[in-house]
Design a protein around this ligand. Structure first.
Ligand SMILES: [Zn+2]
Length: 281
């Protein structure tokens, strides 16, 4: 379809007429969506979600991720080497990260961090820490924020961010730490990613934090295809369910879904628009 066609203009007008949600963590590039990601994104846009941050997890996946983001409106790539895929990463991938993440469309370094959930042995911890530290240095060199994955490792991730005086902030994705750790993240200039976990009644701590943390410190995410909201448990998670997280967050905070939508979008845009003029308010 040629540029500037009627359909394009209608889409642009519709997007401008409402705030539009940002799914700040959405693995739409993975095999679970290979058959229908175009339709999934279309349904998400129809539901009011029009921007998607797509984080990379290993070098092998970056080209497909970048190609998808070039093709699909509103998809913004982040590149990174995920701690859980440690055996796939090579020193050369860090060098390539520095080069590929310098492209103007890349909005963040991620998904990066530490995962000590399974109590990995000391050598694995050290290798995760070295990998993370090098990626924080790359992000600092490029002036990009970080998309962080931290499980049972918030103190260690915070220590590295502090020691390197990392100034560009980022998003702590699928936050599962303590209140104290959340407050330190906010102090360090990071935002807390709120996703499907808050829709589960038993997730007391995360729900309490989502209710009480200051709204300027929160952004929304689905982590699709993982962590489906309670109404879709056992299903593949999808960015089209993001409005359900807005409604749940509004209920927990006794606030209006509209205000939650506008403010969290503003927070995400403020963080990510340093490198993407198209993301300006
Ligand atoms: Zn992820």
């Amino acid at each position: 379809m040629p540029n500037g066609s009627a359909v394009d203009r209608v889409d642009a007008l519709t997007a401008a007429a409402r705030p539009g949600l940002v799914d700040t963590h959405c693995h739409i590039d993975v095999s679970e969506f290979a058959a229908d990601y175009g339709q999934v994104l279309q349904r998400a846009r129809a539901a009011g979600v029009n921007r998607f941050v797509v984080p990379g997890v290993d070098r092998g996946g970056w080209p497909r991720l970048l190609a998808l983001c070039r093709k699909e409106a509103g998809c913004h790539p982040a590149l990174g080497l995920h701690p859980l895929y440690l055996p796939l990463h090579r020193p050369a991938h860090l060098e390539e990260l520095g080069k590929m993440a310098a492209r103007p469309e890349v909005v963040a370094i991620g998904e990066v961090g530490l995962d000590f959930w399974d109590n990995p042995e000391a050598l694995v911890r050290q290798r995760q820490e070295a990998l993370f530290e090098q990626q924080v240095r790359i992000a600092k060199g490029l002036g990009l924020p970080l998309l962080l994955h931290a499980r049972k490792a918030h103190d260690q991730v915070q220590a590295i961010v502090r020691r390197l005086h990392f100034p560009y902030g980022g998003i702590v994705h699928a936050f599962s730490g303590s209140r104290q750790q959340a407050l330190i993240w906010l102090e360090l200039g990071f935002l807390i990613g709120i996703g499907g976990t808050i829709t589960y009644g038993r997730a007391n701590r995360v729900r309490a934090l989502a209710a009480e943390l200051p709204l300027p410190g929160l952004v929304l995410e689905t982590d699709a295809p993982d962590i489906p909201p309670a109404a879709h448990r056992q299903e593949r998670n999808s960015p089209e369910y993001l409005p359900e997280i807005v409604h749940c967050l509004a209920q927990l905070r006794s606030d209006s879904p509209d205000r939650i939508a506008v403010e969290t979008t503003r927070n995400a845009v403020r963080l990510l628009n340093r490198r993407v003029p198209g993301l300006a308010h």
